[in-house]
Design a protein around this ligand. Structure first.
Ligand code: UT7
Length: 328
C-alpha cells in the first residue's frame, strides 16, 4: 500500500498572561471599541517575563511528540517557523534540537515569512519526508510581545504570543496532507515587516533614541487587500489540485489575523461562517503559530472527526501565502 504523508501529532500552547484591550489603553491611545470593531480581537496572551520563544515552542512540541508517540531520538529533522527568534543568531531550531533531546539531525529556522511560515514549513517537511523519511518536527512559534513596539497603536494591539507544532511523517495512520501550495510576491516586501536591525537599517544609538528600533512597518489597508486575494487564490489552487470545491470542505481554518479579513476570505470562497474556525477574539494574531493553534483547538473541540476534509490557508510578510488541504 502506498505510504501517505501527513501529520501524526499536533500540539499548541499559549502563555498564561492575558492582555485585554482594556489593558492596552494604559499604553496607547486606543479603546476596546476600536480594537473589537476593526479587528475582532478581545484579548491576547503574552509570554511571562522569563518565558521565551523556546519555552513556548517546547510546550507545543512536547504535546505533538506525545500524541505522535515519537521519541526525540527518532526525529529526522526540525524546522522552526518564527519571526521572533530566541536570539538573533543562531536559529531557534538549534535550541529546540538540544532541549528536546533529538539526535544531531538537521535543524533550521524559516525566518521572516511572518504568518505564512508554518504552512511553508509543512510544505518543506512533506517534501523532505518524501525524500529522506520522517518524522520531522515542525513548529510555528512567536513571542512578539517581547520585541515589538508597545507605543505604536497601529500594530501593537494586533498581536499575541503562542506556539503550534506538528510531527510530519509517512505511513497509514495519520492525517494526510492531500495538497499544498505556497508562493511569494517580493514586490510587496515593504508593506509589512520589521526593518530595523538588518543591514539596510542597522540597529544604532540613533534608532534607539528615536524609539523606532522595535517598529513593525505595516500598510494595513494594502496588507488587508493582499491577504484576502492571496489566501482565496491559494485555497482555490489546492482545491483544484484534487478536483474539489469549497462544498467538499468540512472546516476552513484560515490564519487568524483579523475578523474582517476572515469574513472577507470566507465570503470570497463561498464558505458559510459555521464552516470557518475563528479564535482571533481570544489570541489576536499569533503569526506563524496561528494556523496550528486554531487547528489544534478545533480538533480538541471535536470539530474534525475522522473523515473530515480541512482547508488551511495563511499569508504573511514577504508577501508570502500558502494553503494546505488535509484529510482526517
Ligand atoms: O501580520 C500582521 C498582519 N497584519 C494585518 O493583518 C493587518 C491588516 N490590516 C488591518 O487589519 C486593518 O488595516 C487595521 C486593523 C490595521 C486598521 O484598520 P483600518 O480600518 O484599515 O484603519 P485605518 O488604517 O484606516 O486607520 C483608521 C484610524 C487612523 O486614524 P486617522 O488617521 O483616521 O485619524 C488610525 O490612526 O484609526 C487609527 N488607529 C487607531 N485608533 C485607535 C490605528 N490604530 C488604532 C488603535 N486604536 N489601536
Amino acid at each position: 500500500m502506498q505510504q501517505k504523508i501527513g501529520f501524526r501529532g499536533l500540539g499548541a500552547y499559549v502563555p498564561e498572561r492575558v492582555m485585554t484591550n482594556e489593558d492596552w489603553t494604559r499604553y496607547v491611545d486606543t479603546s476596546d471599541e476600536w480594537i473589537v470593531e476593526r479587528t475582532g480581537i478581545h484579548q491576547r496572551r503574552f509570554a511571562g517575563e522569563k518565558e521565551t520563544t523556546v519555552d513556548l515552542g517546547m510546550a507545543a512540541a512536547r504535546l505533538a511528540m506525545e500524541e505522535a508517540a515519537v521519541q526525540p531520538g527518532e526525529l529526522r529533522e526540525i524546522i522552526v517557523a518564527t519571526d521572533t527568534p530566541e536570539v538573533y543568531n543562531p536559529d531557534t531550531a538549534a535550541y529546540i534540537q538540544h532541549q528536546i533531546g533529538a539526535g544531531e539531525v538537521p535543524a533550521y529556522d524559516l525566518a521572516g515569512s511572518g504568518c505564512a511560515g508554518f504552512l511553508q514549513a509543512v510544505d518543506l517537511a512533506c517534501s523532505r519526508v518524501a525524500v529522506r523519511g520522517g518524522p520531522i518536527l515542525v513548529l510555528g512559534v512567536e513571542a512578539i510581545s517581547k520585541i515589538m513596539s508597545w507605543q505604536d497603536r497601529n500594530t501593537c494591539v494586533l498581536f499575541g504570543d503562542g506556539a503550534g507544532a506538528m510531527v510530519i511523517d509517512q505511513g497509514q495512520d495519520l492525517v494526510e496532507v492531500l495538497a499544498v501550495t505556497t508562493g511569494t510576491d517580493g514586490s510587496k516586501a515593504d508593506i509589512l515587516g520589521k526593518e530595523i536591525g538588518g543591514t539596510r537599517v542597522p540597529f544604532s544609538k540613533e534608532v534607539a533614541e528615536d524609539n523606532v528600533h522595535n517598529r513593525v512597518v505595516m500598510n494595513g489597508r494594502e496588507v488587508f487587500k493582499e491577504a484576502v486575494s492571496r489566501m482565496s487564490a491559494a485555497a482555490h489552487e489546492v482545491l483544484n489540485q484534487v478536483g474539489w470545491s469549497t462544498d467538499d470542505i468540512d472546516l476552513f481554518v484560515p490564519h487568524q489575523a483579523n475578523i474582517r479579513i476572515l469574513h472577507s476570505v470566507a465570503k470570497s470562497l463561498g464558505f458559510p461562517l459555521e464552516k470557518v474556525y475563528i479564535n482571533v477574539q481570544d489570541y489576536g494574531n499569533t503569526g506563524s503559530a496561528s494556523v496550528p493553534l486554531a487547528l489544534w483547538e478545533a480538533r480538541n473541540k471535536g470539530m474534525v472527526p475522522a473523515g473530515s476534509k480541512v482547508l488551511l490557508t495563511a499569508f504573511g510578510a514577504g508577501f508570502h501565502w500558502a494553503a494546505v488541504l488535509l484529510q482526517f
